[in-house]
Write a protein that binds this ligand. Sequence first.
Ligand code: FES
Length: 371
Amino acid sequence: MAEEAKNNGGDHAAVVAAGHGSVGAGAGTAVIPSDAVQNPGLPPHRKRVTDLDPKKEKSAERTVYTLFYLSIAGSLGAVLAYMFFPIETGELLAIRLHTMFVGLGMALALLAVGIGAVHWGKAIMADHESVDYRHPVASDTPTREASAEVFKLADEESGFSRRSLVRNSLIGALIAFPLPGITLLRGLGPQDRDPVELAHHTMWAEGVRLARDPSGVPIKASEVTIGSAFHVIPETLNHEDFEKMTLDERGGSVHLLDAKAKAIVLLMRLNQEDLRELPERKDWSYDGIVAYSKVCTHVGCPVALYEQHTHHLLCPCHQSQFDVSEHAKVIFGPAKRPLPQLPITVDDEGYLVAQSDFHEPVGPSFWERLK
Ligand code: FES
């Protein structure tokens, strides 16, 4: 029996490493049995079909280089798709085709190179087991002492600790250095309008019909059945109408897609008795139909998943959940405020229309704090 006993802090605790049967261990002694499970070792090596049959090996090789060629074709296809399906026109169809073909090309390129590499490793590369034993990662004591000496010497020679003014001004310079880069980010925002003000306005206005996204077909209240959900845009969100609008009517957005990103809405119908509306919003819904901004109040992803039994909306980005039956309040996740509600009603022909723009900024809570 291998035995090791240590006194712990002069007290009576002791540890004994023992084989089976700890005969002789005194009362109050912790016994650690030696490992009862023997290392089973590696199972016998089984050769692959490509090791046994040269024809199979050749075929595997062909598969691998075919996949790599496919990957090259995918990459070139993505470049060609970028050139032949430009997005400069800003039309939705053009953007869809561009995204689809560039995406398909890149997916093929990545998938084929990945599968090819895995197949190469599994079927052709040398197949033998090897054991890599662990070893301590720390350097030995003399090496560590030598390193500490080098640091000490460098400190003495540079005067880093001694010359505090030089050291502190260097630290200040390094902190200030990234500031110009951060300042440049301002260039990404709107140049001539206050971004906070812009977040307050969208294309919605009194009388604008709610239309299906992306067809732009206006929605009648009678078409919205209980439990259904519609992805909605303003009916005026099309190139023809958009071109004629003033910047204010566009909600401050120069480009159609920017305007859409701010104005998208989700429309749902609940049983009237399931709706627990705020008193001041009693007339913002129509016969159980409610409309909320689709832009998540966390960091702006589209809140696109609706669970009709629970009336919960889920943002797939970071799992924020909003309860539609209770003015879209946050019930889970990192979002900090409810989704803004769009007040709606119906016009003479029974089409759903907005009563006004949103009453608060859409999108991340950052804008809310700057109100
Ligand atoms: S953007 Fe919706 S939860 Fe983060």
